[in-house]
Design a protein around this ligand. Structure first.
Ligand code: FMN
Length: 152
């Protein structure tokens, strides 16, 4: 945890056709049901702010069997500036169509490069999330917030 303040979760996501965005919003909703956890939901974030959070969740849709350039650039900047994410909770999610590599790739980087404590498996939903999918997102968010509370 960072100091004596409330545990903080950052959800940062990229989304071209709003499917991953809908997931991100539902994950934030689920995490916010846990009292005393602060949740920030962002489309963009500066790498330096990551140090302020106890958990970082990245939403990454799959395009061309990969994460988008915006996601890639963001992770590269975090690495380039040596932002210390060691032992923070890391999780990844994203909408996909048929192969869904992006969240898995993000999670690998979180685990192997940033040495984060990752939540496996990542949460993947096909195309636009339906009601059941949104519920899975809420549970995913709540599960991470609960884990964070247990660690504090
Ligand atoms: C040009 C293009 C390439 C895509 N490539 C892949 C792919 O390689 N694998 C996959 O699982 N889905 C692929 N998709 C499907 C997207 O992941 C899917 O539409 C997803 O819902 C997009 O999420 P977003 O609305 O958050 O951007 C592709 C979609 C487009 C338009």
């Amino acid at each position: 945890m960072c100091g004596i303040s409330m545990p903080k979760i950052l959800i940062v996501y990229y989304s071209h056709t709003e499917n991953t965005e809908k997931m991100a919003k539902a994950i934030a909703e689920g995490a916010r049901t846990v009292q005393q956890v602060e949740v920030e939901l962002k489309r963009h974030e500066s790498p330096w702010r990551l140090a302020n959070f106890d958990a970082v969740l990245i939403g990454a849709p799959t395009y061309h069997h990969n994460m988008t350039n915006s996601t890639k650039n963001f992770l590269e900047e975090v690495a380039f500036h040596s932002i210390n994410l060691k032992d923070k909770i890391g999780a990844a999610f994203g909408s996909y169509g048929w192969s869904g590599e992006a969240p898995r790739l993000v999670l690998e980087i979180m685990k192997n490069k940033f040495e984060m404590q990752v939540i496996e498996p990542p949460l993947l939903l096909k195309y636009a999330p339906d009601q059941a999918g949104l519920e899975k997102c809420r549970e995913f968010g709540k599960q991470i917030a609960d884990k964070l509370m247990l660690q504090t």
